[in-house]
Unconditional design. Structure first.
Length: 135
């Protein structure tokens, strides 16, 4: 597993827990210092970025998930989409395909049987419209 994949999974764990407990993922990260993760800065970047842009990210997920209410969506999927959309829309140095592939592969590992296809579809729709989405 690559260092970036570990960072994404760590960020996902924190975002997932924060979502379930209705607390700040950044606060959870700050409560757990001493991570020996080589990409600790990337974890912080993902969590901070998702937090900063969460309203827009959630609006996009709601709009492009076609018929899925955010509350009905599995929390893992919701947070994988948040991470991938932050990477796609606010980290121009990262290739969009990498963000999509990582989200899909993580979903295949730890979410439902239908999650990978769902996540791929939502992210694909957003990527095709990326240039016209107001941020």
């Amino acid at each position: 597993m690559t260092a970036r994949r570990k960072a994404r999974k760590r960020a996902l764990d924190l975002l997932f827990e924060a979502d379930l407990r209705s607390v700040s993922a950044l606060e959870l990260l700050n409560e757990r210092p001493g991570d020996d993760l080589s990409q600790a800065d990337y974890v912080r970047s993902l969590i901070s970025g998702v937090g900063e842009h969460r309203e827009k990210i959630d609006e996009l997920i709601h709009t492009y998930s076609q018929g899925w209410d955010m509350d009905r969506m599995p929390a893992i999927d919701r947070n994988l989409l948040r991470i991938a959309l932050f990477e796609i829309l606010w980290l121009p140095e990262l290739d969009d395909k990498i963000a999509v592939n990582e989200a899909v592969e993580i979903a295949q590992e730890i979410s439902t049987a239908d999650s990978a296809g769902f996540i791929n579809g939502v992210l694909g729709r957003i990527i095709t419209l990326k240039s016209v989405i107001p941020l």
